[in-house]
Write a protein that binds this ligand. Sequence first.
Ligand code: MCN
Length: 768
Amino acid sequence: MSHSHAANRREDLRLITGRGRYTADVNLPGQLHAAFLRADRAHARILTIDAKPALSRPGVVAVFTGADAVAAQYTQFPNLMSFTGKYGGQILKPERPVLATTAVRYVGETVAMVVAESALAAQDALDAVEVEYEDLGAVVTVEDALANGAPQLHANIPGNLCFEWETGDPKAVEAAFAKAAHVARLKVITTRVAPSPMEPRSSLVSFDAASNSYDIYTPSQGMIMLRKQFSMLTGVPEEKLRVRSGDVGGSFGQRSGVYPEHGALMIAAKKLGRPVKWTGTRAEGFMSDAHGRDLEIAGELALDRDGKFLGARYEFRCDMGAYLTPTGSISHLRNPATLMTGVYKTPALYGSFKVVLTNTVPVAAYRGAGRPDIAYAVERLVDRAADEMKIERSELRRRNFIPPEAFPYKTPTVGVYEPSDFAGCLEQALQTADWKGFEARRAEAKRRGKLRGIGLSTIIEATGAGVFPKDQVALEFDDAGKLTAYTVSMSSGQGHETTFTSVISDTLGIPNEMVTLRESDPAHVLVGNHTGGSRSMAGVGSVCKVAADKLVEQAKPLAAEELELEPSQIDFSRGAFRSRDGDKSIGLIDLARKLAGRHPHPMNTLAEATVGSTWPNGCHVAEVEIDPDTGVTEIASYVAVDDCGVVINHQIVEGQVHGGVTMGAGQMFQEQVVYDRASGQLLTGSFMDYGMPRAGLVRDIKVGDHPLPSKLNAIGAKGVGESGCTASLPAIANAMTDALRPAGVGHLDMPYTPSRVWHSLQAAQRST
Ligand code: MCN
């Protein structure tokens, strides 16, 4: 089956003409407004909090503090880590009251919540809450947090080290290194970034005393996952929680977890008996929305004299911030571990991980969630080995690709890769990028006084296997014969309304406008996974196909009855049931209309399937040009060849790749969350000092498909949502290294800001 719609995304007109309905657009009668007092320092003991002065401010109804959080017992955040640690232990989990009690541990932590008749009144009263602190030393880097005598964040987490884990076979790796002709070594850092979706965080909570239940309006990546987490934090049974999400203006992983503000608003809504609403500012976003990445990876690769990989080992140090989020630690470990061999046959592998807490914003899964980080480490290391062994970069890769006959390929760590054509992707990308013609372009740039470089990455990803054991899709007819598909995933820009409905309408042979998608509707609670890990198309999307096929089977006896034939005498095609002799037929929609009025409608269908990881892969080539006088880099061209299996909608897939590559370029050139090492203050607290990527950063992205249909789901799709940011980090870094090498500059850590590039060029010049 092939769905190659060039049609615009169905949701676009509504969203780009301002007709989206986001959480902040929702208002409930009698609602109050909350504002949060946040820690203005990185680490301090709370000596006293006096809320009384704030209570006398106009419009203020109540002030809540850590004492209320403790009384409600909202102190233990869920954490989805499922691994057993290096020494047999479990991850050490810090307490995290939804409002701080005895201490604050990062700038921006919620300390008190003022609830007032208006948002302005609540905001105005914040400065009247008096907090007395005793400052403690702060650590904002892994190195400082692990140092002897470092300030301790949590009494139950000695040395700020909450987990150690290992994977692979250290002895086999040692033996491989012992016989190596060459060992390449490189330590890389993937910087901390602020996801910064367009829509700020916002929540509105109302409590119904009669049923003892809550309605929680909040942007999400899917209601079931979030509801489960609310329940884990608060102890409120899941069936008493209704999570309601409207349109969602970007998520990038940041909306997969419960936040302290959710819990605090629940406390207030219950106590005050009125709905309570909060909408965060952009400044609050920088200091309290989950951050992404922040990994240090030291890699070593052992090769024989022909450049064949013998073994590799990686040491990871993951900064999780001051507390554990639900997704951060597991994704920082599982995804790099699964993909540690990259696209190469590496017989021996070993990885060791340290999960560390620092006085910074907690880190969660962010677009790619460990995949860009490991791809960056592996692909930079492969380039370094190529450079040191004087083997052409693409050639070294070709020599080590997992060959077609090795699939399904069980890696030495935890993954089983589905069939992929790494060499095919590579050749297609090299050709599109005119890899061979590059030296002429470099020479031409040199004549203009510019440094030009080219780099590639060949990568693979494991898309999310899902937290829940299956994905369900319900198809329901209304009396007009229109079909609504219900899922519990949640689009935040990925175009589910377009692609999921197209899978259904194409399978049923009915006009696309006859199908509506409703995601995460609390009136339709199904089992299923949230949108994350680039799994929705292959997971929920493929169940849309299963459901549509099931609907046809279910409707067949009904159609036969209508046509006064036996089911065995009719077939279904192009939207209608037809008798074999062609004399009689009835359209699916006509049948649905005829049967309308019966409740439930007899053609309604509930389908489900268990869909695990798919393995998108690809080759990206970046070409950059640096102005050595200013350190400014331009991405001269960018080629992305991806295998995301059967492409359901080319326009959306291209958009996903564009977005992902641009996010990757943003991280490589300008984004970085920076804390002051001495004080722990956040130095990048606004768009004045945090370099969000702009559209012009990557002006020309050539996207090419190299699809190998997946056999792991009903539509043959693999994921694509995170491919762009996974492949672009190493492709750009390898291009930058290639451009800078002739000027005597070796590996540089991201971001390649003009200042960093210029200073390293100056330093290289001085040392020659
Ligand atoms: N698609 C397709 N054919 C395929 C695969 C995908 O047409 N073979 C289309 C589908 O419409 C699908 C979309 O591409 O919804 C992305 O595909 P998929 O890889 O299944 O990813 P998800 O839908 O599960 O989206 C999650 C993924 C992740 S993990 C992050 S983070 C991310 C991303 O998508 N966050 C985004 N892309 C984003 N795009 C926008 N605009 N906003 C975000 O917050």
